[in-house]
Design a protein. Structure first.
Length: 280
């Protein structure tokens, strides 16, 4: 792990006083035919419009709101991929048990895994994984992993654990800031290799990307569409609506954790203020 003196602060994700809006007309999804992995989709989004919102995250238990542009999200992904490949020694085909809820940092880890070629197993068995990424509620479970263990406090703006890192884990918020802002894989990622395991189903990166495109069409998503969802990341439907389908369509997601705590009136206000076009 890098010493503290070598770490450079990660550009802070900010809460703008008003959401950034696209001004052009909504158009149907047009994704480069060469995009065969989620990492490809992110690169295309970055090339098309780096300043537009990609993920807006709410936690209705804490009042947190964080908005990440394509550029900011891609920066987090690059740093996380460098951490994964470099400090954690992950290689294509390695299995990572992702024990996190639907959260903007979960989305970052999923795209970082796709960048390196690591298979992300949503809620996977840590005992059978090469690495584990755990939130504060799954730390004990994650100790079953014999490989590298990374813990996320899931605090606002990606903050670290208030005290020392949990026993047996490195603190993601401590380790990621000093990583490089650009990422290049040591080995090419094969789109036909396994990329995601969810609900017991294994998908290649190419199959995942194709399914995300299909979902975008079914939902009627296109450029500048805004999808609001309170679904978890433990099912394909939740993961697609909360990340992959909007990314494939050139749209964005308003990802809400603990949405059941929001009143109907407050939800209507959020839908209006965030210019939501689709609710899932």
């Amino acid at each position: 792990m890098r010493p503290a003196a070598d770490r450079v602060p990660l550009p802070r994700t900010v809460e703008p006083t008003a959401p950034v809006r696209g001004t052009g007309p909504r158009t149907l999804c047009r994704v480069n035919a060469t995009d065969r992995t989620p990492a490809d989709l992110l690169r295309s989004a970055l090339a098309a419009d780096p300043g537009r919102p990609l993920v807006t995250f709410y936690d209705d238990a804490t009042g947190e709101r964080v908005e990440l542009s394509v550029a900011t999200f891609a920066n987090w992904v690059a740093k996380t991929a460098n951490l994964l490949q470099g400090d954690l020694g992950a290689e294509p085909g390695d299995r990572l048990a992702l024990l996190l809820p639907a959260h903007w940092q979960s989305a970052v880890w999923l795209l970082a895994c796709a960048s390196v070629g690591v298979v992300a197993e949503i809620g996977g068995d840590p005992a059978g994984a090469d690495l584990v990424v755990s939130g504060p509620d799954t730390l004990e479970q994650g100790l079953a992993c014999q490989g590298e263990r990374m813990a996320l406090a899931l605090r606002p703006l990606g903050g670290r654990f208030p005290q020392a890192p949990p026993a047996g884990y490195a603190d993601y918020a401590v380790e990621v800031p000093g990583q490089g802002d650009r990422f290049a894989p040591f080995a090419p990622v094969n789109a036909d290799d396994p990329g995601l395991v969810i609900g017991g189903e294994e998908l290649s990166y190419a199959a995942l990307t194709a399914r995300a495109r299909e979902d975008a069409v079914k939902l009627g998503l296109g450029a500048q569409t805004r999808v609001l969802t309170g679904l978890g990341y433990d099912t394909w439907d939740g993961l697609s609506a909360g990340l992959y389908a909007p990314l494939a369509a050139g749209g964005s997601v308003v990802l809400c954790r603990n949405l059941d705590r929001l009143s109907a009136q407050a939800l209507a206000q959020r839908t209006e203020s965030e210019r939501v076009t689709h609710t899932v």
